[in-house]
Design a protein around this ligand. Sequence first.
Ligand code: UDP
Length: 325
Amino acid sequence: MTKERVLITGAAGFLGSHLCDKFIKEGYHVIGMDNLVTGDMRNIEHLMKLEHFEFYHHDVSKYVHVPGEIKYILHFASPASPIDYLKIPIQTLKVSSLGTHNILGLARAKKARVLVASTSEVYGDPVVHPQTEDYWGNVNPVGPRGCYDEAKRFMEAITMAYHNVHNLETRIIRIFNTYGPRMRLNDGRVLPAFIGQALRGEDLTMFGDGSQTRSFCYVADLVDGIYKLLLSDYHLPVNIGNPSEITIKEFGEEILKLTGANQKLISLPLPADDPKQRKPNITKAKALLGWEPKVNRAEGLKITYEYFKSLTKEELFKTEHRQFS
Ligand code: UDP
């Protein structure tokens, strides 16, 4: 029996690799694509031997050629942590602008449905709380996060344009902070930073006074939401995230408790344009998709901690020297 084919960009990344697993499990033929700038082949090593998984080492910012039919495209290629897009702002801008343009062109040629990964960052430092999809955001285009936030806003705009002009079947997900196994230890995000520090016996680096809030969603819940949105018939943006909000200080304390570490939280300067609060309003996802998160933070953190504990000492202490070109 021929399987339906799905293309996933950013396949070797944290979210991309979990999506590959999901679509393999659902019986699709998965074509993964990644330029490995922030992705890691180890995340998809287990899939490489499968008959129904193939991998293209390619940068979607350049012309994308995939032979054969494609039913769905999920565009998840992009650096996604402040540390990465500070180091590679131009690639960050290109992947969500030029890359999205290429992906939309490919979707048109293949008559495929395309889902693009947008982000809560389109809301910037939000003055509406919790964030609803009809809030337009408060973004600084020339600040350190501008290259990511504006590229994702452009991604949404060009996706809507392809939908309106070419009748392309499009889906836009706005992803809020997500965590789980396969996050990169040194990507600068708060969860791997805190767990890594706890495991290495270092103090936990809280930025500012830790009163800023985030709402963390476990990766399996997110993947479930993405799948449901893809199969729905709704083309406007939908928030997917866990509304359980916590301050970064409380989050650090939870990690100290979970890991049993004896260290303390220390305060470092707050980075520029760090959003003060973030929490999704998921009314739309509930009503349209019948989706809501099922894994609470205590459960999700436990699984994620087990993953980080399973890393070798060498991995745990290695500082990252990625060659960004
Ligand atoms: N943060 C922190 N210590 C760290 C890394 C991050 O206190 O070592 C803070 C950061 O300033 C932000 C929050 O944790 O307020 C979430 O940061 P992350 O980079 O994970 O995601 P984002 O800011 O994009 O939501």
